[in-house]
Design a protein around this ligand. Structure first.
Ligand code: NAD
Length: 334
């Protein structure tokens, strides 16, 4: 069996690659290293089944030949930050929408048996109901969420029109070792761990009572594998822990002082996945509890030594576009 993992040098991709190699698959990673790093796969470099290819998935001519002979395709390559998506929407459209179309066509031409798309719970925007089921209204709040949703629509359309055996998994707040440490202001875990290492206070958004459905990355890799093994197609499934945790609780577990920074427009107070569908259809269950997950992060904290250390002032500057564009009544800039 051969799998292609786009974005395999990224955070989630590198855990999936590890899992697939353990299952005895041959794995080709396609990554342009825009946010991913070869170091994320360094511990696997002696695996005979692993092939690492530098390619931009939106460059169809460069990417397509690498899908020949593939049984499974996992499409994770994407630009995955909020603020840069507001500042550079065209880059996000190219990577996440044109890139997905390119990968779909390459997979179709190769006659793959399974195609699994990494979608995002950000498609729900600020939902009306918690836990949020897959049938909730789709309301992207910023270009990252929109482009991931457009990618998902392409995937589901390719099932309908071309019979591609594809499905989509909507990830909720994935965390774990190797979560991104790029220059852009990003997910809470990377921000907090770098602050802890630097002896700086945690920058808590709002009062910290907001909750997130944090999902441990090993559980996400397992969900991707379950999806590839199943015969479901043309569906989207939530992948979450089903047990939202507050930011206050995260601060307690990490241990350290906190400062508070303003709430951001377009962000929900709660993310909470209804995971009854994926349990029923794919038989997948999250296994790593929050306390255990945080403990594993702390064991690997040295990874964040190279990460930027964010202060309230730096965050205010880095997230200016967020407030400028998304605050209610904000003047829309061209
Ligand atoms: P990541 O940035 O670590 O991984 C993305 C990878 O894609 C990187 O290795 C990057 O170099 C690569 N990439 C980007 N553009 C590319 C292109 N044009 N061609 C080839 N490779 C390209 O992010 P991640 O958190 O591991 O996210 C993986 C996937 O899961 C993404 O599709 C993301 O949208 C989705 N997702 C992540 C989360 C989360 O909480 N981390 C939540 C929902 C969805």
């Amino acid at each position: 069996m051969k799998a292609v993992v786009t974005g395999g040098a990224g955070f989630i991709g590198s855990h999936l690659v590890e899992r697939l190699l353990k299952e005895g698959l041959k794995v080709t990673v396609l990554d342009d290293f825009s946010t991913g790093r070869p170091e994320n796969l360094a511990h696997l470099k002696d695996s005979p089944g692993l092939r690492l290819v530098r390619a931009d998935v939106a460059d169809h001519a460069a990417a397509a030949p690498h899908f020949q002979g593939a049984d499974w395709v996992f499409h994770l390559a994407a630009l995955a930050d909020i603020v840069p998506s507001i500042e550079r929407p065209m880059d996000y459209f190219r990577a996440n929408v044109v890139g997905t179309q390119s990968v779909l066509e390459a997979a179709r031409a190769a006659g793959v048996k399974r195609f699994v798309y990494a979608a995002s719970s950000s498609c729900y925007g600020i939902p009306d109901s918690y836990p949020t089921p897959e049938t909730a209204p789709i309301r992207p709040q910023y270009p990252y969420a929109l482009t991931k949703r457009l990618g998902e629509e392409l995937v589901l359309h390719w099932v309908q029109v071309y019979g591609l055996p594809a499905m989509s998994l909507r990830f909720f707040n994935v965390y774990g070792p190797r979560s991104r440490t790029s220059g852009t202001y990003g997910a809470v875990f990377g921000v907090f761990l770098a602050q802890k290492l630097a002896g700086q206070p945690f920058t808590v958004v709002g009062d910290g009572t907001q909750t997130r459905d944090f999902t441990f990355v090993a559980d996400v890799a397992e969900a991707l594998l379950c999806a590839a093994r199943s015969s479901a197609r043309g569906e989207a499934f939530n992948v979450g822990s089903g047990r939202p945790q507050s930011i206050k609780r995260l601060v307690e577990l990490l241990g350290g002082p906190a400062v508070h920074i303003p709430k951001r427009p377009g962000e929900p107070d709660c993310t909470s996945a209804d995971i009854s569908q994926i349990r029923r259809v794919l038989g997948w269950e999250p296994r790593v509890g929050f306390e255990e997950g945080v403990r594993r992060m702390l064991e690997n904290i040295d990874y964040w030594k190279a990460a930027p250390v964010w202060t309230p002032e730096k965050i205010a500057r880095a997230t200016q576009a967020w407030f400028d564009c998304l605050a209610p009544g904000a003047q829309r800039k061209p």
